[in-house]
Design a protein around this ligand. Sequence first.
Ligand code: SAM
Length: 287
Amino acid sequence: EDKRLYSPKYVKEILERYGFKFSKSLGQNFLIDGNIVRKIVDEGDITSEDYIIEIGPGMGTLTEELALRAKKVVAIEIDDTLLPILDETLGKYDNVEIIHGDVLKIDIEKLIEEKLSGGPVKVVANLPYYVTTPIIAKLIEDNLNLQSIIVMVQKEVAERMEAGPGGKEYGSLSVFVNFYSKPEIVVKVPKTVFMPQPKIDSAVIKLEIKKELPDVDKDKFFKIVKAAFSKRRKTILNSLSTYGFNIEKETIKEALEKLNINVNTRAENLSVEDFIKISKTLPPLDI
Ligand code: SAM
């Protein structure tokens, strides 16, 4: 246990020896709890057949657990001061490859093709919180050969991703995530498992990527969702007719009535299915 990377003593020793300074702006909160590390990997159902992308390996704590269980791990780290540390901590695992770069700029499709046999790939990460949503958006929108995404994120963000209609957490992020995947929060995580401790609570969420997406014009669908949630207090009829789609209010009213959707309902009460039906029924949008 003492020599595993999640041992706080070992983490401190390595960080001191390398003179490493945590960067707040890169969202660096490292895991120092073996139970959480194992829990994340357990929930990913990682087997020796699996190809993994890890985002932000830090000093390699989660990476090591993945290396022990998966076929191959490619880990993308932006901070070059961590590279010599990762060399030391993960050098003994020949199924790990570290890529130095910004996950938002890397061509992930090419990476999967060249380094991970074309996939399918599982993404596992303790994400830097300042870029959680852009990273998840990039991963699921890009039509990559992904099977699932298991990530530690801010608790509130996890709750918004998982939410269904009817609550205050439900919004365009929920619709986005539920369109592409089946989300499930698998564990809530206290601040104490990180070094340094963040101010916020965290949660691990698993997104099971859908193999087949709903048959709908995605661009139109997401414009309608955006319009619907742009004024949360407005009725769906008012949001859609004042957003600039250039469709007569009467036309929208008829479409909603035809779908048995109350024109006075609000976006937060409409399901992904409802938004799909609305997208299919409205005429083409002007923007
Ligand atoms: N996986 C490690 C752990 O659990 O102990 C570290 C997690 S820490 C929350 C986030 C990591 O992501 C840091 O190592 C940080 O340097 C890295 N990171 C931040 N922004 C990144 C980006 N745009 N691309 C790749 N890595 C990034």
